[in-house]
Design a binder for this molecule. Structure first.
Ligand SMILES: NC(=O)C1=CN([C@@H]2O[C@H](COP(=O)(O)OP(=O)(O)OC[C@H]3O[C@@H](n4cnc5c(N)ncnc54)[C@H](O)[C@@H]3O)[C@@H](O)[C@H]2O)C=CC1
Ligand SMILES: CC(=O)[C@H](N)C(=O)O
Length: 344
């Protein structure tokens, strides 16, 4: 099967690899669509993300969906011909975190396209059937693949306990910020504000329906949020840029007694936050890492047309053009590039 393998930073090789054989609990999936995530681009450019280092050739891509072509002998509920979204992180299912339902925190999770685990830029992937979610007829495999970043947004909204009537400020209008904003809206937020420093991103966010798009390169965050909220501040701030300045400024946007959800991964592990501000104003600061139990909700939001993920897609490239696709994905105004594996 054709497989795009990152052999060196900025160098993919199209290899012919053996088609995997599904184990008794697995499904063999003919991959149709795979999103290019910022983390894929980071591995492509730098060969590492923090402590995760690409030491052996690695197959990237963890936002994927396709068609079941074979099922293991113990699999029930899925059959050849079903279209599925693949949840990329498979936990041990036995540890305390798994038992509590927070399986994304499992220390033994094997996550696609995170060294040493291969991802989905390949014609076939064998995957545990309980992490393959059937897509209804109205949900495309492009949408199925983008259940992954949508899940990050849903989890962030859940971590912020976003509720009906809330005002939510999202910082950073990349795919994660946009989908966090839309997940917040779906959770009941009536006012959604977003920041960025790239005018095209802000214009796009406006077109997708945010109530206020703030260019933080030109406008003071606290003034803009105060103006919108009559000096109260946002109930929930979801930080989705990873920029240090933005992480620090979350406390300027949140109301007293509100919640800050940190999603964006800073290049620096230590970012100063004013803890006296956190204490005095009783701010809840929550980390948000990947997601658990979100795929069914993501699929429902797509099936009910509550969230439009296809509108985020700037281009779709065949697997054979993976190098070019990654170069395009690095352009600052691009939101989402996709690889169409079956178009190669
Ligand atoms: N915690 C988690 O589970 C996950 C975290 N991430 C992280 O979330 C962040 C967002 O991911 P993507 O949307 O894919 O990244 P992205 O790079 O496409 O988007 C980030 C956006 O933030 C904007 N930005 C930069 N500086 C800013 C500032 N000072 N204020 C406001 N906006 C600013 C950029 O212009 C860009 O539009 C990244 O740091 C990524 O690593 C991504 C997936 C999962
Ligand atoms: C942090 C990322 O961007 C990636 N999606 C991951 O979950 O590892």
């Amino acid at each position: 099967m054709r497989t795009a393998v990152l052999v060196e930073p900025t160098e993919f090789e199209l290899q012919d690899r053996g088609r995997p054989t599904p184990g008794p609990e697995d499904v063999l999936v003919a991959i149709r669509d795979v999103g290019i995530c910022g983390s894929d681009v980071h591995y492509y450019e730098h060969g590492r993300i923090g402590d995760y280092v690409v030491e052996e050739p690695l197959v990237l891509g963890h936002e994927s969906a396709g068609e079941v072509v074979e099922v293991g002998e113990n699999v029930t509920g899925l059959e050849p011909g079903d279209r599925v979204a693949l949840e990329p992180g498979v936990p041990c299912r036995r540890c305390a975190h798994c038992k509590r339902g927070e399986y994304h925190l499992c220390e033994s999770v094997e996550f696609m396209a995170t060294p040493p685990h291969d991802g989905a830029f390949a014609e076939y992937v064998s995957w545990p059937a309980d992490f393959a979610y059937e897509l209804p007829g109205t949900v495309s495999t492009v949408e199925g693949a983008l259940c992954e970043p949508l899940s990050v947004g849903i989890h962030a909204a859940r971590r912020g306990n976003v509720g009906t009537g809330d005002t939510v400020l999202v910082t950073g209008a990349g795919p994660i910020g946009l989908l966090a904003a839309e997940a917040a809206r779906a959770a009941g937020a009536t006012d959604v504000l977003i920041t960025d420093i790239v005018p095209e991103k802000l214009e796009f966010a406006r077109e997708r329906g945010v109530d206020r798009a703030i260019n933080i390169a030109e406008t003071d965050l606290e003034t803009a949020v105060d103006e919108y909220t009559d000096g109260v501040g946002a109930d929930v701030v979801v930080e989705a840029s990873g920029a240090e300045a933005s992480i620090r400024s979350t406390l300027d946007g949140v109301r007293r007694g509100g919640t800050v959800v940190l999603v964006g991964l800073s290049d620096e592990a230590a970012v100063p936050l004013d803890v006296l501000d956190v204490i005095d104003n009783e701010i809840d600061v929550h980390g948000s890492f990947r997601y658990a139990n979100t795929y069914p909700a993501a699929i429902d939001l797509l099936a009910d047309d509550v969230v439009d993920v296809e509108g985020l897609v700037d281009f779709r490239s065949p697997l054979s053009d993976v190098d070019d696709a990654f170069e395009r994905a690095m352009e600052p105004t691009v939101i989402k590039g996709m690889i169409s594996v079956d178009d190669a």
